[in-house]
Design a protein around this ligand. Sequence first.
Ligand code: ATP
Ligand code: MG
Length: 231
Amino acid sequence: EGVPICGELLLENIAFRYGKDAPWIFKNFSLYIPAGQTVAVVGETGCGKSTLVNLICRFYEPEEGSIQIDGRDYREWTQHWLHSQLGYVVQTPLLFSGTVRENIRYGRLDATDDEIEQAARDANAYAFIERLEQGFDTPVGEGGALLSVGQKQLICLARALVANPRIIVLDEATSSVDTETEVLIQGAINRLLAGRTSIVIAHRLSTIRNADRIILMDKGRIIEDGDHQSL
Ligand code: ATP
Ligand code: MG
């Protein structure tokens, strides 16, 4: 507690199902991710990608087996500590009806204005925010309704960057944005993943290509595990 983690992640012999009478999604599932590695997870719909995310983010707990961060069972870390070290970015962006600044600060409540502006720059969001009528103090509307989908995604990436967690779980969106915004988002994602342990449910070919490792899943099993060259 209080010491930053390295971000080594181990799922060991996990068994999981969404209820006592539900079918097993994982049985004897193991996955080791060394600190700093970017892993792209791919596989057909229903193979268990989001369930894997649910377990890593502790939205659900496995029935058997353990999940360890830096060699310690994650139940030994407090929820608060886990949340400060593990970031989760859904790309169906969830903004609340405050200002742009408040929405970015949500990543880390004690972030200074300078840190928020730096995160916005790193997320390639600064230019569009500056063009808004009230800049960082512009209200985003209910659920971010006053912004485009791409702008919301950039704000979510800025939010994750300001939190600066050691582990990032990214569920990539399939929603399409224009080519220019796509380039901005891709740059922001690359910056977010760099140097962190990252698990990405990948839809972009570029994300898969940039990953250190690609895992192909089928019915709750890993059927391929390698780099872009070997697969
Ligand atoms: P997609 O590519 O469509 O997002 P996925 O690989 O993320 O698919 P999961 O969402 O992990 O797949 O689903 C794996 C299995 O678990 C599916 O059979 C699904 O119906 C089931 N499942 C997923 N979420 C729940 C839930 N909250 N409650 C009950 N069953 C669920
Ligand atoms: Mg899914």
